[in-house]
Design a protein around this ligand. Structure first.
Ligand SMILES: *Cc1c(COP(=O)(O)O)cnc(C)c1O
Length: 451
């Protein structure tokens, strides 16, 4: 009863929620199906699940825990894309100006829609290209090494595409990656990076460093770094600070502008549910975005709009993040992006964060509880348990029967993710996952290990 009251207050009042979390009132979680169902019943966002196609397994909904890899398809996407196809069919090139949502300014809706999700001003945001492409374009502007300052400080085991981007950029400028790339690694026997180690490295290597470039959330451990503190440290030594937010955008609370972050980029097909290879996003702090003399690789779509079609010689950048655009926009991809962001806006990002925190806390509880119920340690969560240091992903290191359990989960319709040597990653997403999903997941693992 107390729990019911707490929960309904929690889901309607943000400030109260946070203090309740700190008071650990959620220690009353129970590992049983009725309890999980009750949480679902009281979830004020439960109607959102029906806006997505849930992949099927033997005629039933899968337990889909890979929204960190490919977010589910909003049912509305088809209509948004169909509209673009119809306008193309009816109007041809004229659709650029006369479609129901004219194509030329179609992308201008996104800075507004994304500003609350990533915590930035609209003119600091543009959607364009794909993630790794944007990472390179941003490095063109923000990684301009000199003989004294040519190093990049990053996390060890960053996502492979990012590693290749760093390595090739360094080589492109004529430096040796082994010398120019400084990786901060976890301590011996640890999985998580300590913020103090990151800061220490930045301080020690500061005067040779051009750029500090981290993921927002590490794709493997689910660790959410302290972006504000890292940025501050980078600025104190005179380096730029940028972040790859592939696993953070649409997942955790972000305040890119207030944290004074120089630049960031993300993809839209993970937590932002905008489809495979979907349009990606870029943030550039206004102090840089408005600086049209900053070096960049330019194209006609970054050119001042009023005079773009005079097609004259001499590039004149739009004095916003849009000034980094190269090509005209892929409107079919924009349509899918809009379908998904309309759902985020309808739901409200703050209430999504509230549900995420609870769903993730429940996931931690259920996984830990398996160990307790079996009276032996079968799994260890490597994702931080502090809610400020994680998003919705939970990575568990399996101490027994890892691959066997993963295969059994797959056979029973759980779509999770396996990473060598022994890690199962799950990401219960507040838009479409349920507390019952989490309970069932734990129950399947427990049943296998009991035998
Ligand atoms: C998913 C992901 C990518 C993928 O890059 P694409 O260019 O979209 O293929 C890159 N970096 C990180 C950190 C990721 O999580």
């Amino acid at each position: 009863m107390l729990f019911n009251i707490v929960l309904s207050v929690v889901l309607t009042n943000n400030g109260l929620f946070n203090s309740l979390m700190k008071l650990n009132l959620f220690m009353n979680f129970k590992n049983d199906l009725d309890f999980a169902r009750q949480l679902d019943e009281q979830d004020s966002l439960k109607h959102l699940r029906d806006k997505f196609f849930i992949p099927q397994h033997n005629g039933k909904d899968c337990i889909y825990f890979t929204g960190n890899s490919l977010g589910l398809q909003p049912k509305s996407v088809k209509n948004y894309i169909q509209q673009v196809l119809d306008d193309w069919a009816m109007l041809g090139v004229e659709a650029h100006f006369h479609a129901r949502n004219p194509w030329i300014p179609y992308h201008e809706i996104f800075p507004q829609q994304l500003s609350k999700i990533i915590g930035a001003l609209p003119h600091e945001i543009v959607v364009m290209n794909q993630l790794t492409v944007n990472l390179h374009l941003l490095m063109v502007t923000f990684y301009r090494p000199t003989k004294e300052r040519y190093k990049i400080i990053c996390e060890s085991k960053s996502f492979p595409s990012d590693q290749y981007a760093f390595e090739s950029q360094v080589k492109y400028h004529g430096y040796n990656p082994n010398d120019a790339i400084i990786e901060v690694a976890p301590g011996e026997g640890e999985h998580i990076l300590r913020t103090e180690d990151i800061i220490k490295t930045i301080k020690q290597r500061g005067n040779e460093t051009a750029l500090v470039l981290f993921g927002g959330i590490n794709y493997y451990t689910g660790q959410y770094y302290d972006l504000k503190v890292i940025t501050q440290a980078a600025h104190e030594v005179g380096a730029f600070a940028g972040f790859d937010l592939a696993h953070a955008a649409g997942n955790v609370e972000l305040y890119l502008h207030d944290w004074d972050i120089d630049f960031a980029c993300w993809c839209s097909y993970k937590y932002l549910n905008s489809g495979p290879g979907g349009i990606a996003g870029v943030y550039i702090h206004e102090k840089h975005a408005t600086n049209t003399s900053l070096p960049r690789f330019a194209g006609w779509w970054g050119y001042t709009k009023e005079t773009r079609f005079k097609m004259e010689k001499g590039f004149e950048a739009i004095p916003t993040a849009e000034g980094w655009q190269l090509s005209n926009q892929p409107v079919l991809l924009l349509a899918a992006h809009k379908a998904s962001l309309d759902i985020f806006n309808e739901a409200g990002i703050n209430i999504l964060h509230q549900k995420r925190k609870m769903l993730t806390a429940y996931t931690h509880f259920i996984i830990d509880n398996i160990n307790e119920r079996l009276h032996k340690k079968v799994t260890e969560i490597i994702t931080p348990s502090d809610e400020d240091e994680r998003g919705c992903q939970v990575s568990m290191f399996m101490l027994q029967k890892g691959k066997e359990i993963f295969d059994a989960l797959t056979a029973q319709g759980v779509i999770a993710d396996w990473r060598e040597p022994n890690v199962i990653r799950v990401a219960p997403v507040p838009l479409y996952n349920t507390f019952k999903d989490v309970w069932q997941f734990g129950n399947i693992i427990e049943t296998i290990l009991k035998d």
